[in-house]
Design a binder for this molecule. Sequence first.
Ligand code: SF4
Length: 349
Amino acid sequence: MRWQGQTLNDVDADALPGLENRSGIVRSVTTPKFAGMTFHEVLAKSALNAVPGASRMPFSWTINPYRGCSHACLYCFARGTHEYLALDGGADFDSQIVVKTNVVEVLERELRRGSWKHEPVALGTNTDPYQRAEGRYRLMPGIIRALADSGTPMSILTKGTLIRRDLPLLTAAAQQVSIDVQMSIAMYDDELQKSVEPGTPSTQARLDTVRALTDAGFRVGVFLMPVLPHLTDSIDAIDVALQRIRDSGADHVVYGALHLRAGVKPWFLQWLEAYRPDLVSSYRALYPGAASEAPQGYRQWLAKRMRPMIRMYGLEAQRSREAPASRRLTGAARSTSAPAAPAPAPMLF
Ligand code: SF4
């Protein structure tokens, strides 16, 4: 969605950069309850986004009710997409949140089309659907209801403990369609977690959420990613992580090394410079120039380390592979004979 694509030729000279053409923007909201944040409420033209056929994603459709994300993970791969709105991929991404306020209504309309094939839909592929804004806008209940009532399987990937609010609804919806839920929990050192994911719920709160989802009957996967070279890839760090994940009742783990896309790298390195300046040169060597993936040698080394440990803790997924190639399908415990929900893509890495 480009702002330009919604043009009504209503130009506001005082608007934020990139928001001058106010078409589609209903209003921009600030509120003391969400200090420091601005919500740009827009009317979306579509809710279901088709994933290009050439994509490596294991699903064909996504829904993203929000753009930008208050979870503010320094490594978030979606940061660059905010530049597309002429906002920056740093603080703007964390605090200038675009909210598609009519997403449920548009989705219901799209799902009623005769051409809709009820293919699995992934939520959480770009930004987190249970970020703070969801506490105010409550878009997810309507989305879950609409998908379930139409017989459309879904997957949800989140770092947001707010998903617990919708647990009764998700449990009921899982009687209608397959629902796959995954929690993203990458940091098991509280200081590091607060520094690199400053807007997220704590690691323990997310593990408690895994427990709540598991107790409700879902087979929950944990995305142990991104693994940060030299920060979270020691045997001790991985061991602590896997122990805590297993104790939370999670079904399986998906892991993957840090990706640093062009729109993310400067923000991440800026953080690293402040947090661990001694590691900056190592990271520059691992992710030189435009390289976004860790070198194959590092990924192979990580796989050799991770796989036996994941096996030891009984956290292998049935169709486990290393991410990002590992976007597998898993069904919810109460899935029906409907098509399986897609494993959510690592939105975030
Ligand atoms: S990685 Fe996910 S949770 Fe973190 S800022 Fe990006 S979209 Fe939000």
